[in-house]
Design a protein around this ligand. Structure first.
Ligand SMILES: [Zn+2]
Length: 289
């Protein structure tokens, strides 16, 4: 059951602004709760709550570097399923839209994470992949086996050129990938191509909730060099100690990009479930083919 996660959906910046104005006490309180909790937790600890994926009371653990605020999105790991707050939101959305017992075919743009392992165990037809240089295969394969206990062949996919046939998947979940893809429009088109009509896309990306326009932080020049337009921002990656460059922080125009790519609907949503350790700032988008 994911009924405990309150999901407010918005189809445009105007609709979002209208909702903020209409329910400002609610949204302000939620935002403050998340902000203050993050700032208050400058240590490691546990948070008692309920995990709807595990369907039982759970403890959500968090840790922070010395003096650093805790990251409520990437922390709050459930003691049952082991998933972070962001991963639990994504798994809950998948569970709602594509219940495991129905045999849906699901694709995750990750294969070496605890989210992939969880989805693989709960659903039958699941495909995961990573983006890597072939010379890195053995190292990543070993990481997958040693840290996650997954003994399967590592699959390569480029989201701008997927190997799947047209209209073959029921759902795609892609977490914090699109901001690292210079041609993210091509990826949006590919996601739409391989999903069946009615198929779901669950997407998490850095999202500027007050901006219509996507912020381009860096771009690839014709000679392959990278030009930085903003301070380079590298995101943590378990497969790459250097981290991965973020080319974008997306604005509301990403919803338009998804619609032009072939999705019939695209919404940004605010998942909220404090009892489940889910606070604002999950940066989740939902689209339907
Ligand atoms: Zn759990």
């Amino acid at each position: 059951m994911s009924g405990q996660i309150d999901l407010v959906r918005f189809s445009s910046l105007d609709a979002y602004r209208e909702a903020l104005a209409e329910r400002s006490e609610v949204f302000t309180a939620r935002w403050l709760w998340g902000e203050h909790l993050e700032a208050a937790c400058r240590h490691s600890g546990r948070y008692q709550g309920y995990c709807s994926l595990c369907a039982r009371p759970a403890e959500f653990s968090f840790s922070a570097g010395s003096g650093e605020p805790v990251n409520l999105r990437e922390e709050l790991h459930c003691d049952g399923c082991g998933l972070s707050a962001r991963a639990r939101v994504v798994a809950s959305l998948l569970k709602t839209d594509c219940p495991p017992e129905r045999g849906h075919s699901i694709y995750l743009t990750e294969q070496t994470t605890s989210l992939y392992r969880f989805v693989k165990q709960a659903w039958s037809a699941v495909i995961g992949s990573e983006y890597f240089e072939e010379t890195e295969r053995d190292r990543i394969q070993a990481f997958m086996r040693d840290s996650l206990g997954l003994d399967e062949r590592l699959r390569f996919e480029d989201v701008t050129e997927l190997s799947f046939a047209d209209a073959t998947l029921d759902a795609i979940a892609t977490c914090d990938v699109l901001e690292h893809v210079p041609d993210y429009r091509a990826a949006a088109t590919e996601f739409a191509r391989v999903l069946k009509p009615g198929g779901r896309l669950i997407l998490t990306v850095p999202f500027l909730d007050q901006d219509q326009q996507t912020l381009t932080r860096a771009r690839v020049l014709e000679d392959g060099q990278i030009e930085h337009l903003e301070e380079p921002e590298y995101h943590g990656d378990p497969l790459d100690p250097k981290g991965v460059l973020a080319f974008y922080h997306f604005g509301w125009d990403l919803l338009e990009t998804l619609r032009s790519a072939g999705f019939s609907s695209a919404e940004w949503c605010l998942p909220w479930a404090p009892a489940e350790g889910v606070f604002s700032g999950q940066w989740t988008l939902l689209a339907r083919r």
